[in-house]
Each structure stands twice: as structure tokens, then as C-alpha cells.
Design a protein around this ligand. Structure first.
Ligand code: SAM
Length: 338
């Protein structure tokens, strides 16, 4: 089934910010993942980077130190699945010691039950848990084998640790999980968690299904009925592209929307990505990037600056259509970090 694509909108002037340099980096700690979501990666679990090409813990520390010296203040650890990295807690501890303004992680939570406490103790501040369905069979089908009970146990463990903020990410897929939005909102709110809905993007495997499966933000809001006050919503300062609508009941609870397919948030984007093999990427929607030098990975003072500048200069201008660009399809979400 092919649905009519919603009109593409330019990001409004209200969210344009002066882009001087990178403030946020997303690091793909590992390209390995224990799930294979239908919109993210192929079913077969192969073609991972050889171990010797992945950055070591010491190299991550050096690179992050270098990035901080150049003005980066916010770090999100993602992947692949970051909790599969055997030294994830140590990486968090070392990044936390750099005194960033924000240290967050996006995870599928399959291993969070055991790791929530050590991660919190190591200095992780905020968590986003990806969860596309509350139905175990549907969850297993979307993730090609993911186990919902383990994810829910991980989320519970995280909530017990008092992270500064816990959010969920749900990629909304037409005819697959788009009937669950109100249930997901009520469930998340009941836990004190902020639910976020993501338009499926044509990145990686998403390139095969996004036109057929895309549910636009406007449709999502209609599906939510009276749960939220409709409108453009507002972004959190310095916190990525999601725009939040408030609950209609006046409780102050919110629902976030990430519109990588019907809108662009490229204008004002202050993010760079570092892949698990040490390439600095200007944008999720392109495989282009700049490899970190051996000096940068070894922590030679000032050595990361040139790489950072070069990658920053590769940032597309505001005419770039982000994840709807044809280059997006060739991107590996695992390697680049979603
Ligand atoms: N493994 C971790 C997880 O599941 O959260 C972190 C990596 S995953 C690539 C990060 C986020 O990207 C997840 O919330 C996932 O749903 C989202 N994602 C992956 N491919 C996507 C696509 N084609 N369109 C929209 N979101 C996507």
C-alpha cells in the first residue's frame, strides 16, 4: 500500500538558532545490536565492524575530552545497542568525569535491568528507551526477536534509580502499531515517563518501507484524540529535534514528536555524530564524515579540533531535507548511531 506523503514543511524561523559550532554529539558506542527492527537493519546479524576497528574505552575518553575542549557540552550514547558494549559503564564513568552539561543514552533496554543501577552510579543522567509496542508478539515481530518482558523489567529498574528524565521512543508504522498510540501515552504517563513518537524515516532499512508505513505527526495527533492539546508544540532548549505537546488534562505531562520525514529540523542543528570506528559525521542522513586522527584518539591536546571543524563545515545548509534525502538510505543506523 502506498499512502500520499504529507507536504514537506520547512522548519519555522522560531526554532532557527545561530549555528556556530557543535554543542551535542551522539556517539555510536558499538554497531552491534541484539534486535533487528524492521525499519533499522536487515534481519541477518552480520557485517559488524571488526573489533580492532572499534574505538577503545581510552580512545573514547580522549575523543570526548577533545570535543569538550572545543565546546561540546552534551553527549548522547547510542548505537547499535550501547548496553551490548562490555565496558559501557566505564565509558559512562569517564565521560561523566568530563563534567558535561548533559549525559544521556538511547537504548532498547534489553539489558537495562542489571545495568540501570551501575549506569546511574557512573553518572548517566537521562535515558530514552525504545519501545514500539506493548504487545509481546507484536514487539517481537517489529524487533525480529526482541523480548518485551525484559525491556519492561529494564524500564522498571531505571525508574527505581531516579534518572533525571526517562522518555520512550516509538517509531510509528502504519498498519503495524499505529493503533497503540493512546495506550502507549497512558501507559508512559502512568509511569512518569514522557512518550515520544517518531515518524519512520528512509534511513537504512527504513528506506524500503517508509513510504508505505509512514504515519505523519498530524495523523498521530488526530489518533491521540483529546489526550493532548494540538498545535505545533515546543522544543526543549538544547535538547534535539523533538517537539512536545501538552496533555489536555492540564497535568503538565507531555508527548513528543520527531518528524524526520514530514518536516526538517536541519536548520539550527548543532549535532555531530561519532561512529563506533571513530568517524565524525555531520548528519544522520549521509555516510560522509571525517575520520579522527591517531593523535585525536590518543588524546594529543588540540588534535580533535581540526577533525571537528572539518566535520562541522560539512554540515548541510538549511535547504537540506535531512532523512528524506536519497543519501539517507545508504546509511547504517547501527554504525552511525540513531
Ligand atoms: N539500540 C538503541 C535503541 O533501540 O534505542 C539505540 C540505537 S537506535 C538506532 C536509536 C533510535 O533510532 C531508536 O529509537 C529507533 O527506533 C530509531 N530508529 C532507527 N531506525 C529508524 C528509522 N528508519 N526511522 C525512525 N527511527 C529510527
Amino acid at each position: 500500500m502506498n499512502v500520499a506523503l504529507p507536504m514537506f514543511r520547512e522548519t519555522t524561523g522560531a526554532v532557527m538558532v545561530e549555528r556556530a559550532s557543535a554543542r551535542l554529539v551522539r556517539i555510536s558506542l558499538t554497531d552491534r545490536c541484539d534486535m533487528a527492527c524492521v525499519y533499522c537493519r536487515p534481519a541477518e546479524r552480520s557485517a559488524y565492524l571488526p573489533a580492532e576497528e572499534r574505538l577503545t574505552v581510552a580512545e573514547w575518553e580522549s575523543v570526548l575530552r577533545g570535543l569538550r575542549a572545543e565546546g561540546v557540552r552534551r553527549v548522547r550514547i547510542t548505537g547499535g545497542e550501547p548496553l551490548l558494549h562490555r565496558d559501557v559503564v566505564e565509558v559512562v564513568r569517564r565521560v561523566a568525569a568530563l563534567d558535561m552539561d548533559d549525559l544521556a543514552m538511547t537504548t532498547n533496554a534489553s539489558r537495562l535491568e542489571a545495568l540501570a543501577a551501575p549506569l546511574r552510579a557512573a553518572g548517566l543522567q537521562r535515558l530514552t528507551v525504545s519501545i514500539d509496542s506493548l504487545d509481546p508478539a507484536r514487539f517481537a515481530s517489529i524487533t525480529r526477536g526482541g523480548e518485551l518482558p525484559a525491556v519492561l523489567a529494564g524500564l522498571d529498574a531505571a525508574l527505581a534509580q531516579g534518572f533525571e528524565e526517562v522518555k520512550t521512543n516509538t517509531v510509528v508504522l502504519r498498519g503495524i502499531n499505529d493503533d497503540e498510540l493512546p495506550a502507549l501515552v497512558r501507559w508512559a504517563w502512568s509511569l512518569g515517563v514522557t512518550p515520544r513518537f517518531i515518524e519512520v524515516m528512509g534511513v537504512g532499512e527504513g528506506g524500503n518501507i517508509w513510504r508505505e508505513r509512514l504515519v505523519s505527526r498530524d495523523e498521530m495527533i488526530a489518533t491521540l484524540g483529546g489526550l493532548v492539546v494540538a498545535g505545533d508544540g515546543a522544543r526543549d532548549d538544547d535538547r534535539g529535534p523533538a517537539r512536545y505537546l501538552r496533555a489536555a488534562d492540564g497535568s503538565g505531562r507531555r508527548v513528543g514528536f520527531i518528524t524526520g520525514s514530514t518536516d526538517t529540523y536541519c536548520a539550527g542543528c548543532d549535532r555531530l555524530r561519532v561512529t563506533s570506528d571513530g568517524t565524525v559525521r555531520p548528519c544522520l542522513a549521509t555516510e560522509e564524515g571525517v575520520e579522527l586522527t591517531e593523535e585525536g584518539k590518543a588524546g594529543v591536546p588540540g588534535a580533535v579540533a581540526a577533525t571537528l571543524r572539518e566535520a562541522w563545515e560539512m554540515k548541510p545548509d538549511a535547504s537540506w531535507k535531512g532523512c528524506t534525502e536519497v543519501t539517507a538510505r545508504a546509511v547504517s543506523m547501527l554504525k552511525t548511531g540513531g
